[in-house]
Design a protein around this ligand. Structure first.
Ligand code: KG4
Ligand code: ZN
Length: 332
């Protein structure tokens, strides 16, 4: 079964064709960084308009890159939420119309479940249930994942998402947007030991996160150090180390509590080198297997949506989209 995946929940217009839920035949991601760059963050209305402009071309390219024609697609999977409503509606309406025009089934897929499922596109996959850290611009949470459609939320951020904290701190430091990659690049040159930023463990045995105190600590540091521009890389490194300490601790603790031998890190922030290295070290020490998707599958993409959609669409009794289905902005 060849599934066309469509993803427009935030600022990437993405389409992909995935066969049998695991073979990526094509994956196209049109980034809107250039549009939102001037504003230092995603402007929802501009994102929607850009999706309208891009969606036909991105889908055509995904189908063409897979050496297929529209009539070769067997079903469509599309992100239904959470995300920006105006942005979601573009991909969702397109998917409905495409499926109706081609007279094929379609299914709406949860964006976060899609990120969790992205590890199933790795060459080696978890064999049973696994503990997962989902870290993106909009979400930071720990899950115990049992199956594609069943993940138990163990804890999540009470304020900012980790990626959001990266983006906001990058803005404070004048590094630009999107901040994650710029902070980690600056941090490569810095010494994380020079500044001791706070780690918000909350309850060290629980799985909720908080990053607003850390963000405020960086702000205060900047305000009280007029010469801060001379050591931006140290600030970036110390900030990154504080985030990575908490993220890795909570994930490994989740593995311990659930008894899982497999752990995964997914979402845009999973691209962070220091986080990948740290979790890999800690997992090795504990004899755990770590799964982190390829960089192209960490950020928003439609391959993960198509791969997850396969589990619904390949089951004759599985979930199907209905004509009056709508998108949702927040986690269900
Ligand atoms: O998953 P994603 O593409 O979109 C959402 O669903 O939010 O994640 C985007 C987030 C942004 O906040 C971006 O700054 C962050 O991922 N990010 C990183 C890195 N690359 C992207 N954060 C830290 N280090 C990176 N290398
Ligand atoms: Zn995402």
């Amino acid at each position: 079964m060849k599934i066309l995946g469509i993803e427009t929940s935030c600022d990437e217009t993405a389409a992909a064709v995935v066969e049998s839920g695991e073979v990526i035949l094509s994956s196209v991601v049109a980034s809107q960084v250039a549009v939102h760059h001037h504003y230092g963050g995603v402007v929802p209305e501009l994102a929607s308009r850009k999706h309208v402009e891009n969606i036909c071309g991105v889908v055509d390219q995904a189908i063409g890159d897979a050496c297929m024609r529209p009539q070769d697609i067997d079903a469509v999977a599309v992100t239904r939420g959470p995300g920006l409503v105006g942005a979601l509606l573009v991909g969702f309406s397109f998917a409905k119309a495409f499926a109706r025009g081609m007279e094929i089934p379609w299914a709406g897929v949860d964006h976060l479940a899609g990120h969790l499922h992205s590890v199933m596109l790795c060459d080696e996959k978890p064999s049973g249930s696994f503990a997962a850290l989902l870290v993106s611009g909009g979400h930071t949470a720990v899950y115990h994942v049992h199956s594609p459609a069943q993940a138990r939320l163990m804890g999540r951020t009470r304020d900012d998402a980790a990626g959001e904290a990266f983006d906001k701190v990058a803005k404070m430091l004048g590094l630009g947007y999107p901040g994650g990659v710029l902070i980690s690049r600056a941090a490569e040159q810095g010494d994380p030991e020079t500044i001791d930023f706070p780690r918000a463990w909350l309850d060290k045995n629980a799985f909720d996160f908080s990053f607003s105190g850390l963000k405020t600590a960086v702000k205060r540091y900047i305000e009280t150090h007029p010469d801060y521009e001379a050591h931006i890389s140290d600030i970036a490194a110390a900030f990154e180390a504080a985030v990575v300490d908490v993220l890795s601790h909570k994930l490994l603790h989740a593995a311990e509590v659930t008894g899982c031998g497999d752990v995964a890190v997914v979402g845009g922030v999973a691209a962070n080198r220091r986080l990948r290295e740290r979790v890999a070290d800690e997992a090795e020490k504990r004899g755990l297997r770590l799964f982190v998707p390829d960089l192209s599958l960490c950020g928003d993409n439609a391959a993960m949506i198509a791969a997850l959609g396969y589990h619904y669409l390949s089951d004759p009794d599985g979930l199907r989209g209905r004509p009056d289905d709508d998108v949702y902005s927040r986690t269900l």
